[in-house]
Design a binder for this molecule. Structure first.
Ligand SMILES: Cc1cc2nc3c(=O)[nH]c(=O)nc-3n(C[C@H](O)[C@H](O)[C@H](O)COP(=O)(O)OP(=O)(O)OC[C@H]3O[C@@H](n4cnc5c(N)ncnc54)[C@H](O)[C@@H]3O)c2cc1C
Length: 468
């Protein structure tokens, strides 16, 4: 056995140092099965001190480290390359909620806490931890912060970055950087945590975080509305923002094709309106004040939108059970897409007012190049983040379809640039978009990113080949 493996076993115990291919298998491929790598060892430290010891030992041996959370990332950031040199460091065993402070509305959680468990812990303390995404039963808070995850509640509560008050991080030289005081105000110089949020494991390993909590909502109103035309969506959003104040939580674009795909694979999914329009919106608002009638506010908003001709039909859930049913329609789009075959995915954002023009121009440009393309544009319209995807057509093999990826990426990302948008709104860069980032990010920003990386990780051992 080589001395690195012996050293790792001495740190975490042989049980938590996996060297056989079959025990490593769940860790070395990504969620979508696009990336497959190899690891010299998969290590599962049980304490922060063990993380530090592993990082120091790896450095002595010039062994790269790939940090991994729940392995739900969609950009290949947590998968090692196939050289078999890397140590994959899983945060799975760091699962303590260290403290919950209801008065400060904050909690301190270790990186390996599953997101859904943190939502539950907050709930038990009569608080809300609002980060929410479909992968919440598996993804970890460390991974959420390392990717600056978004999800369905960003409009009201912000993304992972907005929910973070401080971080504990093991730097590439093993030093522990800790700022978990949970202060709401701290103007003592550079806000260092911001560099690590969204850094995808390339600058260090997040071991814990201080997170913001919120008062628990006492009521929510969920509706599905049929748009008269996609162009009116920004006006409807502005109306909802005004009518529902800062209580608007979600504003999700539902395309006809996406709903049809969902219904094909989840036959129980009933559409709540008389007819299925080309474009619909799922709207959700919540309130933590029992004095505010959120349902009445939603109904008023939608009545005004009907009068203004922005929408042609609307359904408002009248119970919690009905809210869940409406949300299943949104989830059905993802499920339907996954079960239809392969996808060429673009997780892009443009200024909110430009979303309709962007989607229409995107359809036109893709269909001009490939008239048989099956396009699916859906998602977080309220924050300008659209999942602009192509699904595998019937009668075309997966390989034939995926061979089009580069051409389609060029068309969509060129358009994103024309609309002054971003090629990665919430899924990060990883290895999937690394080459593309080199063309799309301003040179001065790329240069500064590389200099920060070199300064913190001069030997390029922390998740090499990802992001920068
Ligand atoms: C069904 C499904 C739905 C999804 N929906 C959304 C969505 O709505 N919004 C959204 O933003 N994302 C979404 N995602 C993507 C994914 O869930 C998020 O990117 C999530 O934040 C990743 O967390 P993870 O713990 O799985 O991280 P991993 O996949 O394990 O890792 C992701 C990256 O973070 C790094 N990393 C992980 N943990 C640490 C750590 N402790 N310290 C340093 N670096 C670390 C890894 O090296 C890698 O680069 C979805 C994924 C799936 C499968």
């Amino acid at each position: 056995m080589d001395s690195l493996i012996a050293g790792l076993q001495a740190i975490v115990g042989a049980r938590h140092c996996l060297i056989e291919p079959d025990t490593q298998a769940p860790f070395v491929a990504d969620w979508r099965g696009i990336y497959h790598g190899r690891a010299r060892a998969v290590v599962l430290p049980g304490t922060v001190a063990e993380v530090q010891a592993i990082v120091r030992l790896a450095r002595q041996h010039h062994a790269p480290i790939v940090p991994q959370g729940g392995n739900t990332g969609l950009s290949g950031g947590a998968t090692p390359d196939d050289s078999g040199r890397a140590i994959l460091l899983s945060l799975k065993r760091l699962t303590k909620v260290r403290t919950i402070d209801p008065l400060n509305n904050s909690m301190i959680a270790e990186a390996g806490c599953i997101l859904a468990n943190l939502q539950q812990a907050a709930n038990e303390a009569d608080r809300l931890f609002p980060l929410s995404l479909s992968a919440e039963g598996t993804c970890q808070i460390g991974g959420n912060l390392a990717t600056n995850a978004g999800g369905i509640n960003v409009l009201r509560y912000g993304n992972a970055r907005d929910l973070c008050l401080g971080l504990e991080i093991v730097l590439p030289d093993g030093t522990l950087l800790s700022n978990l005081h949970g202060l709401r105000k701290d103007n003592t110089g550079y806000d260092l945590k911001q560099i690590f949020i969204g850094s995808e494991g390339t600058l260090g390993i997040i071991t814990a975080a201080a997170l913001k909590l919120f008062p628990k909502p006492v009521a929510r109103a969920t509706s599905v509305v049929a748009l008269s035309d996609l162009d009116v969506a920004p006006a409807l959003l502005a109306r909802c923002r005004a009518g529902l104040a800062d209580q608007l939580v979600s504003f999700e674009l539902l395309p006809r094709f996406g709903i049809e795909l969902g219904q094909r694979f989840m036959p129980g999914l009933a559409w709540p309106l008389e007819r299925l329009a080309d474009w619909s919106i799922l709207i959700e608002a919540n309130t933590s004040s029992a004095a505010f009638d959120i349902r009445a506010a939603m109904e008023q908003c939608l009545a005004d939108a009907l009068d203004a001709g922005e929408i042609i039909d609307a359904a408002v859930a009248s119970s919690e059970a009905q809210s869940l049913v409406l949300w299943q329609l949104r989830e059905g789009i993802v499920e339907g897409q996954n079960r239809t075959g392969a996808s060429i995915k673009h997780d892009v954002s443009v200024p909110v007012a430009q979303v309709p023009a962007f989607v229409k121009a995107g359809f036109e440009a893709v269909l001009a190049a490939w008239p048989e393309a099956r396009l699916l544009a859906f998602g977080h319209l309220g924050d300008g983040n659209i999942h602009f995807n192509l699904t595998q057509p019937e009668g075309e093999s997966k390989a034939q379809f995926l061979a089009r990826t580069e051409g389609m990426n060029r068309i969509v990302h060129d358009l994103v640039a024309r609309f002054a948008g971003s090629i990665s709104a919430e899924h990060g860069i990883g290895q999937l978009r690394r080459a593309e980032l080199q063309h799309r990010k301003p040179a001065a920003e790329l240069d500064l990113m590389r200099r920060i990386k070199r300064m913190l990780d001069p030997d390029d051992l922390m998740n090499p080949g990802k992001l920068v």
